[in-house]
Design a protein around this ligand. Structure first.
Ligand SMILES: [Zn+2]
Length: 255
């Protein structure tokens, strides 16, 4: 994997955005492997395919690319709100690459993937409709609320210009594939509990520490009258899938 864009490709284009698009897509095409099966090259969809920009010819996994000069923040501005919700409902949302480039030397600072199984309707936030004077008046776009995605859902392939070990990336991707088999409601709960664990910022924690999020979760799930039981249930599922282990009574360790 090499970190520099092929800048000669940009010469044929005038707009800055187009130059970046062409160079970054070419870079992914030539440097990025499939995080699911390890296949060493991703293929490009022909233009204007409804889903994704890239796919793996080996395992058929699909990938969309967003390239920005800024680091990943709390949200990502994305396309039409309704389209996004429908994709999530149908389960045909692609994995999401976020590439942060360096404009000084056209190289890659950071590349991370948000696996498709981390997308729920909860993290898709409606933007206000475009004003009546806009060309596409009334159109409603969305933001992806990245801040509520747990750390395990932001897998870096390149972090501050350092290439992360490929086998580690693939194994971290595979470890969480069980999320794909969970129904939307349960998945929402699992992701919320994973996020709460992240916020504790500890490798080992107690049940009581997770219970401190009870009020926060109650706001999110006002109809649920037994938040504590729900928390314990998620911790058990996370243990069954080796995300964490139970050490002593009421104590948990992340794996
Ligand atoms: Zn693959």
């Amino acid at each position: 994997m090499e970190l520099f864009f092929n800048t000669s490709l940009a010469e044929a284009y005038h707009s800055k955005l187009q130059k970046i698009r062409v160079m970054s897509e070419d870079w992914v095409n030539n440097n990025v492997y499939c995080v699911r099966c390890g296949h060493n090259k991703l293929a490009r969809f022909e233009n204007n395919k409804p889903v994704g920009d890239f796919y793996c010819a080996n395992c058929k996994e699909e990938f969309e690319l967003k390239s920005k000069k800024s680091k990943l923040g709390r949200k990502i501005v994305d396309g039409a709100y309704e389209t996004m919700i429908q994709k999530i409902e149908k389960g045909d949302i692609p994995n999401f690459f976020y590439l942060n480039y360096d404009l000084n030397d056209y190289s890659v600072n950071n590349l991370l993937i948000i696996p498709k199984h981390y997308f729920t309707k909860n993290i898709i936030i409606k933007r206000p409709p475009l004003s009546r004077t806009a060309r596409r008046a009334g159109w409603v776009g969305c933001n992806i609320d990245v801040s509520s995605i747990p750390t395990s859902g932001k897998l870096y392939l390149i972090y501050n210009k350092q290439i992360i070990d490929k086998n580690m990336v693939i194994s971290n991707f595979k470890k969480m594939l069980f999320l794909r088999n969970q129904k939307e409601d349960l998945k929402g709960w699992l992701l919320d509990i994973m996020k709460c664990i992240d916020l504790l910022n500890k490798k080992t924690f107690t049940l009581n520490e997770i219970y401190t999020f009870e009020n926060f979760l109650k706001l999110k799930y006002p109809k649920n009258n037994n938040i504590k039981a729900k928390i314990r249930q998620q911790l058990q599922i996370l243990r069954d899938y080796s995300y964490l282990s139970f050490t002593q009574r009421g104590e948990y360790t992340l794996l």
